[in-house]
Design a protein around this ligand. Sequence first.
Ligand code: NDP
Length: 342
Amino acid sequence: MTRTLVTGGSGFIAAHIVDVLLKRGHSVVTTVRSADKGDKILEYHSGVEKSKLSYAVVPDMSQAGAFNKAVVSDPPFEAVIHAASPYHFQAKSRSEVDAMLSAAEDGTVGILKAIKAHAPSVKRVVVTSSFASIFDPKKAPDYKYSEKDWSPVTKEEAYQNPMAAYRRSKVAAEKSAWDFVEQEKPNFSLATANPPLVLGPIIHHLTSLDSLNTSNQRYRDIINGTSQSKLPPTGNHLFVDVRDIALAHVLAVEKEEAGGKRFFVTAGNFSNAEIVKIIGEEFPEYKDVLPTGEALKSGDYPPEGVAGYDNSRSLEVLGIKYRGLKESTVDTVRSLQPLLGK
Ligand code: NDP
């Protein structure tokens, strides 16, 4: 049993991380931005004893010292998973971009400083990074990516477009985490989980599909007919199921040999057109709203090829067995159905 602090428990991925930790017998404290969000998490896990799950409120992690109290616990933490970070493509003005970069980078450095100063019992920290901090748009479209690759995206580019702002937030945060460990020689070792697009069922609380997490919005738009006239291009053609990336985080806590490593955690390639095909086969009730013909083609694989991947480290060190797109799609649609129309 490892007592673990998980940041951002109200988020799509962190909700699954909390779930996997509890199922594997660990005890968890999760940070949230309000007590209301924390109470929803406790409600979802109502069968779990108080000593195994609780929350701490951290309203804004870009503030200095934001995590100083949350990292202190009795019994003390042995591990921290830092999953909270802004994930959207809405940062357009300079101040919005600055806020995103600060939450990501200052939030990451802030929690590492807090652990070093106030939580000497922590032996492993896992930071949720991203394929965004690996991807380089200047490389050939079919380049094969691995953990040795780093995004070259600059702060200036971040101010030019919201995608670059998100990518910059992730690479700056991850680099500062590795720099912190190298320079400060803290009591813990670091691992990062670098997923591409994360798809899969939602278990965090949502009042409506309008507040659906960014990476699952394509499912919502396919099943409510928004994509019928033109399926959007897939963008990044790599995915991982949320349950697999959550397990990867927990295994990176549990396995001694994961320390000091980045993990490019991906199940492989996919396209929006493949998702539509699976939904058409498995959910005949959506047949009339799915794109077909030319409208479907725009979400298919492009002729120039798509990014390749080497996920061997995640297989060998963590032992992940990846779910395929069909399982992920079926379970995601089922999880969204109760919210349709809300
Ligand atoms: P969500 O938007 O569902 O979760 C983000 C979490 O971060 C929420 O709990 C949010 O709290 C919290 N958060 C954001 N800004 C702040 C802040 N300033 N202070 C405190 N907490 C904050 O996104 P995901 O679960 O999808 O993403 C989680 C992590 O995974 C992120 O680091 C993201 O970059 C990374 N990732 C996600 C991918 C995906 O496809 N989903 C792909 C690759 C990486 P609240 O909800 O209260 O605002």
